[in-house]
Design a protein around this ligand. Structure first.
Ligand code: BES
Ligand code: MN
Ligand code: ZN
Length: 497
């Protein structure tokens, strides 16, 4: 989809559809009442007739409004004016995007971004508009022989703003498109099945990104090199599989040479059967999504390139399958991690932490400003927070606060859980330095406690995205989370937008 910026009178713009906000109860937004002056009170009359109250997310499509130049006008409920914040705005914009996409219009002009959104500005309004509009167009139909694209999908969306905001608006469109494309990349990789999305496929995707940009250097470490370095934990997970493990790194240098990078580490288990501690059959297909942390790292790095962020960012992806082959790790096996610490593998299904711990030790070499790992790590996190927030655990309260704020601003929230030492003894082992599981209680926290033993040398945060990375059931599909959160965090770090 193509995005442009306009500053026009909503009634005199020639387009398939003009999108206008309506507040509760039955109050036209400012652009809507400007429109209505030209259409002799048509909209006001429709509201008075009870066609729409303005409830947030409601929509009403009106054809051939007399007096205006457009073919259609889409009224979008924005809720109560006093409650029109970031999340209400996003809800209204998402509803508008869905409605306009099935309206038959192939181009539209939206006047939603010029509305006054509490705690937000024009730049942000436009960016969210772009991200949400593109997001509704995504269809996981890459592997269907007949595509199920909308009948006449929206091709062009013009965003109407005040003339004075045009400059800011163009940057917002660029950033929005970049982030939306990053989210899309993460979603399509997530949805790709395990037979196609292998560790090698992730590596090739990274290489493609590297080819497209001079600022991005990609390298892939093979199992032999990992063995030489002593990544016994990572390699123990790959033992049961015929697909070779890969350790992928992407170095984006948009900042000054020598500036410490932000390092993003993404769990890339391309299929998690549980290994010898095999999972039950029900919904096991969803374990193809166990590489969504990796996908979010690739999506975010692609967005960094597209936004030309003046920052150094490194992506690190340990990638492997977790399968129960004849050489697979067995419960009770003890492995030596790259850090030298030994781990008793009491459950081969707690494999994420085993691949992450070696990646986290390895990334010390980048001399990171901060390290953030992103992982579909624990079923316990789904129980604790559901599909609404990622779990956030950190050894640094400033970093945790910054990530929480970024998630809130991006509509991609996280929630802070404690990483108190009190939980550490749950990982005690009689035979090794630690066990890889911590019992039934506080599973998300003990998983993070495990990782914390490998991240003492830098500021570190862990995002457990098990509940947010994909949706199950009828709407099954990857969400692309937390690409928006991560991009917002990086934008905030630049202090520019
Ligand atoms: N990839 C899973 C976590 C997961 C499970 C995410 C279900 C989303 C939905 C992870 O590798 C895993 O299996 N974790 C175990 C850990 C346990 C053995 C300590 C879990 O959560 O059950
Ligand atoms: Mn597992
Ligand atoms: Zn897993």
């Amino acid at each position: 989809m193509n995005f442009t910026v306009k500053s026009e009178h909503p009634a005199s713009v020639k387009t398939g559809c003009v999108i206008l906000g309506v507040f509760e109860r039955r109050k036209l937004s400012e652009p809507a009442s400007r429109f209505d002056k030209t259409t002799r009170g048509l909209l006001g009359k429709l509201l008075a007739d009870g066609e729409m109250d303005g409830k947030c997310g409601d929509t009403l499509l009106v054809h051939y409004p007399r007096g205006a130049k457009c073919e259609r006008v889409l009224l979008v409920g924005c809720g109560k004016p006093g409650e029109f914040d970031n999340s209400a705005y996003r809800k209204a914009v998402a509803a508008a995007a869905r409605a306009v996409n099935t309206s038959g219009a192939t181009d539209a002009v939206t006047c939603l971004a010029e509305l006054d959104v509490k705690g937000s500005d024009t730049y942000y309004n436009i960016r969210a508009q772009v991200e949400l509009a593109r997001g509704t167009l995504y269809r996981p139909d890459e592997l269907k022989s007949k595509k199920d694209k909308a009948r006449r999908p929206l091709r062009r969306l013009a965003i109407n703003v005040d003339k004075a905001a045009q400059e800011q608006a163009r940057r917002a469109v660029t950033d929005g498109v970049a982030i939306a494309a990053g989210v899309e990349l993460a979603r399509s990789l997530g949805d790709l099945p395990g037979n196609l999305c292998t560790p090698s496929h992730l590596a090739n995707t990274a290489r493609e990104l590297g080819k497209a940009s001079k600022q991005l250097k990609v390298s892939v470490m093979e199992a032999a090199a990992m063995k030489k370095l002593g990544m016994g934990a990572l390699l123990s997970v790959a033992r049961g599989s015929d697909e070779p493990a890969k350790l992928i790194s992407l170095e984006y240098s948009g900042g000054n040479r020598g500036d410490k990078p932000v390092v993003l580490v993404g769990k890339g288990v391309t299929f998690d059967s549980g290994g010898i501690s095999i999972k039950p059959a029900a919904a096991m297909d969803e374990m193809k999504y166990d590489m969504c942390g990796a996908a979010s790292v690739l999506g975010t790095l692609q967005a960094c390139v597209d936004m030309e962020l003046p920052l150094n960012v490194v992506g690190v992806i340990p990638a492997t399958e977790n399968l129960p082959g004849g050489r697979a790790s067995k419960p009770g096996d003890i492995v030596t991690s790259l850090s030298g610490q030994t781990v008793e593998v009491l459950n081969t299904d707690a494999e994420g932490r085993l691949i992450l711990c070696d990646a986290l030790t390895w990334c010390e070499k980048f001399n990171p400003a901060v390290v953030i790992d992103i992982a579909t790590l624990t079923g316990a996190c789904v129980i604790a927070l559901g599909a609404h927030a990622a779990g956030l655990l950190s050894n640094d309260d400033k970093l945790a606060g910054d990530l929480l704020a970024a998630g809130k601003a991006a509509g991609d929230r996280a929630w802070h859980l404690p990483l108190w030492d009190d939980y550490q003894p749950q990982l005690d082992s009689n035979f090794a330095d630690m066990a890889n599981i911590g019992g039934r209680e506080a599973g998300t926290i003990t998983a993070a406690c495990f990782l914390s033993r490998f991240t003492k040398k830098y500021h570190w945060a862990h995002l457990d995205i098990a509940g947010v990375a994909w949706k199950g059931g009828k709407e099954k599909g990857a969400t692309g989370r937390p690409v928006s959160l991560l991009c917002q965090y990086l934008l905030d770090r630049c202090g520019q937008r």
